[in-house]
Design a protein around this ligand. Structure first.
Ligand code: E4P
Length: 247
């Protein structure tokens, strides 16, 4: 299972690279805003290039900022030119529920890596996988496995239907992809809210968990970790003092 860092903060990404736990990065316009990225799409492109260089060959996902199909295609093609390890994030529909699957199919057929995002159901994920697969079949040069992604928002499912429903959706989609032998499509669990989400959804077979930095930091600690370390250090000091007394 891979861990992506759900952040556009360069220092946080550097930190988790140094820990050896960063297999990629995901961003979206909300995350970019939170991480101080200004200047609209140009600002996002600049930060994405920075992240792409920092983590290559690992992938970074950057999301389009428009709901207009022509503009999405334009932005996606521009993102894809910026670096080889960029996956273009496109939501499964627009804000009114109109399908972006034709755009997704087209981008994949052009050899552009996609991350279909903002999904909360098995059906959405299955449709997204079908569109990606159709795009791959139209592209004779597609290198399999191509890292295309489908992002299921575990936290948002949980807020409506509980963590177990998110678990079910994630487990079922992984099973379905494997059963039908889809290639070049990986499941990302997004919108992780707690360390308990990490533990539960890591057991779904999802290929990737994308985790916000603050949840990684919390996941490092157990209820008694700090107290245990303090005890060991105190006792090590006591034992050294004993030795010194005897000399
Ligand atoms: C990751 O790729 C997603 O964009 C992210 O986890 C979204 O989660 P949210 O529910 O916090 O917006």
């Amino acid at each position: 299972m891979k861990i992506f860092i759900d952040s556009a903060d360069i220092n946080e990404i550097k930190k988790y690279l140094s820990w050896g736990i960063c297999d990629g990065v995901t961003t979206n316009p909300t995350i970019c805003l939170k991480c101080g990225v200004t200047g609209g799409i140009e600002g996002i492109k600049k930060r994405t290039i920075e992240i792409a260089k920092l983590i290559e060959p690992r992938p970074v996902s950057a999301e389009v900022t428009s709901e207009e199909p022509k503009e999405i295609l334009k932005q996606a093609r521009e993102y894809a030119q910026l670096a080889e390890n960029i996956a273009v994030k496109v939501t499964i529909t627009d804000g009114e529920g109109n399908s972006f699957l034709p755009i997704i199919r087209k981008l994949v057929s052009e050899g552009i890596k996609v991350n279909v995002t903002a999904m909360t159901t098995f059906n959405q994920a299955a449709l997204a996988a079908k569109a990606i697969d159709a795009g791959l079949k139209e592209n004779p040069n597609a290198k399999i496995p191509v890292p295309n992604f489908i992002s299921i928002f575990g936290g948002r499912i949980s807020e409506e239907q509980g963590v177990e429903q998110a678990f079910k959706v994630l487990k079922n989609i992984r099973y379905w992809l494997d059963f039908h032998k889809f290639k070049g499509i990986e499941v990302i669990v997004g919108s992780i809210r707690t360390p308990e989400n990490v533990e539960l959804w890591a057991r779904t077979g999802a290929h990737i968990l994308t985790i916000p930095p603050e949840i990684i930091a919390k996941s490092l600690l157990g209820a008694r970790t700090k107290e245990t370390v303090v005890q060991f250090i105190d006792d090590a000091k006591k034992s050294m003092e004993e030795i010194e007394k005897q000399q």
